[in-house]
Design a binder for this molecule. Structure first.
Ligand code: MF3
Ligand code: CO
Ligand code: CO
Length: 257
């Protein structure tokens, strides 16, 4: 295990921006296919072909520690790492699609929630709270702030909305490696942990549950669900710390974040 944080040069951050923008472009491409009747396996195939044939990039999840597909698809009470397959989407479902591409040796990692048809009030709410949790974290990022400050801000926001924060999975440093140091927890105490410096690159990817925070790993050894089967939502961006703030590498120019 390498626990050192790899600071990136400006040129390296530009290379990561290419990977980040490509990952974001996959979410934009797949958006139109997320409809009742489609299977998560079909969404995986659409993304895989776009990543390989159009972007000339590598889908990082494929064969990563034995993961069998090119994207993660996490539906309703699935928190993360859902494996695409025969599951047919139906009206009212909420789906996280998590895309990581490798371009020129650099990783870009981003995910979003999608509504399948019309969401229920509860489904819309958990997606909006998780999105705002991500934005709350991103807004904190600048040199001198600690990872504990960021985790605390996310936790205070989410729990203030009477939702819960998953503890077992977290954001991560990213670069030539998919998962580098440091771990970016979505809960914590102000002032604790790593102090941010320009050149650090990491993800923030809060997993927020409508019920309790506890998780269960399914026998496939990948799919993580809420223990109480409550709905869960997650949004993720890859970012770099700049001299005076944050540069979100996976945000497309005309996206709202
Ligand atoms: N993209 C996920 C993350 O945000 C990791 C998926 S690992 C996989 O860190 F093997 F499940 F693909
Ligand atoms: Co990630
Ligand atoms: Co991801």
């Amino acid at each position: 295990m390498d626990n050192r944080i790899h600071l990136k040069t400006p040129d390296e951050i530009e290379a990561m921006r290419v990977a980040g923008q490509q990952a974001a472009s996959v979410l934009r491409l797949v958006r139109d296919y997320v409809k009742p009747g489609v299977t998560t396996g079909e969404l995986d195939r659409i993304c895989h072909e776009y990543i390989v044939d159009e972007l000339k990039a590598v889908p990082a999840p494929l064969n990563y520690r034995g993961f069998p597909k090119s994207i993660c698809t996490s539906l309703n009470h699935v928190i993360c790492h859902g494996i695409p397959g025969d599951k047919v989407l139906k009206d009212g479902d909420i789906l996280n699609i998590d895309v990581t591409v490798i371009q020129d040796g650099w990783h870009g990692d981003t995910s979003k929630m999608f509504y399948v048809g019309e969401p229920s009030v509860k489904a819309r709410r958990i997606c909006e709270v998780a999105h705002q949790a991500l934005l709350t974290g991103i807004e904190m990022v600048r040199p001198g702030v600690t990872l504990g400050d960021i985790g605390h801000a996310i936790q205070a926001y989410a729990e203030g909305q009477r939702c819960s924060v998953v503890r077992e999975y977290c954001g991560h440093g990213i670069g030539r490696g998919f998962h580098e140091a440091p771990q970016v927890l979505h809960y914590g105490r102000p002032g604790e942990g790593v102090v941010l410096e320009p050149g650090m690159t990491f993800t923030i990817e809060p997993m927020i549950n409508l019920g309790k925070r506890h998780t269960r790993l399914l026998p496939d050894e990948w799919t993580v669900i809420t223990r109480d089967r409550s709905l869960s939502a997650q949004w993720e961006h890859t970012m770099a710390v700049t001299d005076d703030g944050v540069d979100v590498l996976t945000r497309l120019p005309d996206d709202e974040l």
